[in-house]
Design a protein around this ligand. Structure first.
Ligand code: ITT
Ligand code: MG
Length: 199
């Protein structure tokens, strides 16, 4: 069976990838399914640089086609922060602390100025290809005044979608994948990889 690795240790991302891919043609493994992989230092200045670092570190270790996702939240009133620092804005992978910091920095900012977007950049690296596939997906929304919802991960409880009158954390995984930055990026990747990948 053909295999693709998703170079992530984030259980929320892992669930979304597994749910969206139809695994009839290949199986998907994340770093949570594989022997302990050392911490990858995300030293890039952009989502693409960090996704490239992750995809290549993991591809070289396992010698298999590997997709990495580097993603984050860009808030207009904060000049694009937390951006590439989204995972470690207030505390490393401490979602509650990160959300609290965003809310406190936005204190007093009115609804119409709380615009934001989630971005996901995917880099697909393959031992048999000399260039990577790179795609970006996004979704626009507003930062709520307080967290709402229990699903998803990260900043989902703060990310309000006016058209749905719900936060990202109030959506099912399928509803989130249908509109999310990651879902949009994965769909773009799927239209491109058939011609590129040579198993
Ligand atoms: O690097 P990996 O192992 O993939 O996992 P990570 O959580 O560290 O992932 P990133 O380095 O790409 O950091 C992205 C952060 O942005 C936030 N984020 C990204 N996508 C999100 C989503 O769909 N919903 C909520 N928050 C998200 C969340 O805080 C993530 O930890
Ligand atoms: Mg990370």
């Amino acid at each position: 069976m053909k295999e693709i690795i998703i170079a992530t240790k984030n259980p929320g991302k892992a669930r979304e990838f597994k749910r969206i891919f139809n695994e009839e043609d290949f199986t998907l493994k994340t770093l949570l399914d594989l022997p302990a992989f050392p911490e990858i230092r995300e030293t890039g200045q952009t989502f693409e640089e960090n996704a490239t670092i992750k995809a290549h570190a993991v591809m070289e270790r396992f010698n298999l086609p590997t997709i990495a996702d580097d993603s984050g939240l860009q808030i207009d009133a904060l000049y694009g922060r937390p951006g590439v620092y989204s995972a470690r804005y207030a505390g490393d992978h401490n979602d509650a602390a990160n959300n609290a910091k965003v809310l406190s920095e936005l204190g007093g900012v009115p609804r119409e100025k709380r615009t934001a977007r989630f971005v996901s950049t995917l880099v697909f690296a393959n031992p048999k290809n000399d260039h990577d596939l790179v795609v970006e997906g996004d979704v626009k929304g507003l930062i709520g005044l307080f967290p709402a919802g229990d699903d998803g991960f990260g900043y989902d409880p703060l990310f309000y979608l006016p058209e749905l009158d719900k936060t990202m954390a109030q959506l099912t995984i399928d509803e989130k994948n249908k509109i999310s930055h990651r879902g949009n990026a994965i769909r773009k990747l799927e239209t491109q990889w058939e011609d590129w990948i040579n198993w």
